[in-house]
Design a protein around this ligand. Structure first.
Ligand SMILES: [Zn+2]
Ligand SMILES: [Zn+2]
Ligand SMILES: [Zn+2]
Length: 256
């Protein structure tokens, strides 16, 4: 099935600009240096919207992109920058009068149930809070006619999920990719890949690790995401090799 991916947020946990920072990236007038917290939206050819993570900027991102429905959410993990926007899902429950199925690996689903227990309930006619149906995804699954493949990746010592949809893969917050998971990443047209900052980091790819992994996976196009204010958009763009691109908020990619 054809689909479109929209980068809702290309930033790291602090976002760019960083509160209180006076660096040139944070003061830049280029809107591509304005990075909300990391999340993307998949819009399937049949109109269904699958959200990847609920960043704390979900409300702002939804308004910016005129999103009118969210039919499902794929969670990568439960760090605050990836799930603390969960309360904003209630807007979509209200519009569609529907419970939203949410997916993640076993740890993620267990933690979401503890962190946001108030939002996990059966529909009861009231839509003042999110009404979510948490489900574990541990292998290829069908969602609205599309095949979703969870790709286990390491985020420091945490085993979290990346996701493959058709010939696109989304890998945020990653510091190591197990060999078995690399096998799930063959023949990609598009890869979205964590590139936190210039320097290496214990739980993320830094610039050199990101480039090395992009080369190894060899997707036709690789887009960098989850970036800090270390990266000024134009400067980064100019130093990236062929087939690598700096992601930015609002970027749309079409896939067949
Ligand atoms: Zn993160
Ligand atoms: Zn800064
Ligand atoms: Zn994280």
């Amino acid at each position: 099935m054809s689909f479109e991916l929209t980068i809702l947020g290309s930033g790291s946990s602090a976002g760019t600009p960083v509160v209180g920072c006076r660096c040139s990236t944070c003061l830049s007038a280029n809107s591509k240096n304005n990075r909300t917290r990391c999340s993307s939206l998949i819009t399937l050819g049949n109109g269904k919207n699958i959200l990847i993570d609920c960043s704390p900027d979900l409300r702002q991102q939804s308004l910016r992109e005129s999103i009118k429905s969210i039919d499902s959410v794929l969670f990568t993990h439960t760090h605050a920058d990836h799930c603390h926007g969960i309360d904003d899902l209630r807007a979509f429950c209200q519009i569609n009068k529907q419970q939203i199925p949410i997916y993640g690996n076993k740890d993620t689903i267990e933690q979401l149930k503890v962190k946001f227990g108030y939002a996990m309930s059966e529909p009861n006619g009231f839509w003042e809070k999110p009404v979510l149906n948490p489900q574990i995804i541990d292998g290829p699954s069908q969602l609205f006619g599309a095949t979703i493949i969870p790709v286990p990746i390491l985020h420091g010592r945490l085993l979290i999920n990346g996701y493959r949809i058709g010939n696109l893969a989304y890998l945020t917050d990653v510091s190591e990719i197990p060999i078995k998971s690399l096998e799930l990443l063959r023949g990609l047209d598009v890869l979205l890949l964590d590139c936190l900052r210039h320097e290496p980091h214990y739980t993320h790819f830094g610039f050199d690790q990101c480039l090395e992994m992009a080369k190894k996976i060899n997707a036709k196009e690789t887009y960098l995401i989850h970036m800090t204010h270390d990266f000024e958009y134009e400067a980064l763009k100019n130093k990236l090799p062929k087939s690598l691109y700096a992601g930015y908020d609002g970027l749309k990619l079409s896939l067949n």
